[in-house]
Design a protein. Structure first.
Length: 83
């Protein structure tokens, strides 16, 4: 790989995993927002990560969604270390 390709790849990964403020008490990465949007999860209506995790727990219990489970795990970890 050329240096430019590596730098571009790293830049894309960093951009996808940088946290953005959704509302006053909720922060998500672009990747997390993309996955939640794909599954039509109304994360914009949640006031904080605990409320979002509660919503996700109901959905994850009903079906087998690996990608959604991973996002829920990431959100729970972020909440644990930043609350």
């Amino acid at each position: 790989m050329k240096r430019e390709e590596i730098e571009e790849s790293v830049s894309k990964v960093l951009e996808a995993n940088t946290y953005e403020q959704v509302n006053k008490n909720l922060y998500l990465t672009k990747y997390q927002k993309q996955v939640l949007e794909e599954y039509h999860i109304p994360f914009q209506d949640c006031q904080n990560s605990k409320e979002l995790l509660f919503l996700l727990s109901d959905i994850i219990d009903d079906e087998e969604y690996d990608e959604l489970e991973n996002v829920a795990r990431e959100i729970a970890e972020y909440d644990y270390y930043n609350s």
